[in-house]
Design a protein around this ligand. Sequence first.
Ligand code: SIN
Ligand code: FE2
Length: 223
Amino acid sequence: MQPSNFDLFADHEPVQQARAEQIGEQAWVLRGLALPQVDRLLPELDTVIAAAPLRHMVPPGGFSMSVGTSSCGRLGWVTDRRGYRYSSVDPHSGLPWPALPKVFADLARTAAEQAGFADFAADSCLINQYVPGAKMSLHQDKDEKAYAAPIVSLSLGLPAMFLFGGFERSDKCQRIPLLHGDMVIWGGVDRLRFHGVLPIKPGYHPRLGEQRINLTFRVAGSA
Ligand code: SIN
Ligand code: FE2
């Protein structure tokens, strides 16, 4: 499907109006939606990462992930040699994850609403840090208890090429450039689509330096 422009809430006057590109029946890119919030988001992100530092987790395959990962919210996604799951504590400190900052929760809710998903209340925010060369292989987000809620993604810093595929790993992928402030929402019939990120190209972002940070907001359910 080719991205198209579509004024989602023409009669409603939303708080912020982003340019919407449809990438699936129930999947959207909202260009620059987060830009007005960046000054409020970044200090909160620093506080979260100071309390729960980014780590290179080692999934069952045994190769350390190229992204550095942390979480905030009631649950955090973790992986180790044994598998993948959500945990209510940071396995490195044994402490609960930092709370989900209100500015994160509000932005995720607004994005979901603009993509047609009402009342999105994330209980988990996965933080992935990509330095140049880091990537995310094609995968489905399916460790959540239920799939009724969408995945809401926020990109900050260096650009990325996001791959948005089908329901089989081998399905053809759309290649979607994601820039600082862009948000992607996929849910409903598109909730289990394969997706990934090509290796980040070297560069320098004026706000974040030599890195890309992606936040994905999820409703993970009970751990
Ligand atoms: C993810 O699938 O968890 C990350 C997606 C992204 O970095 O854009
Ligand atoms: Fe994912």
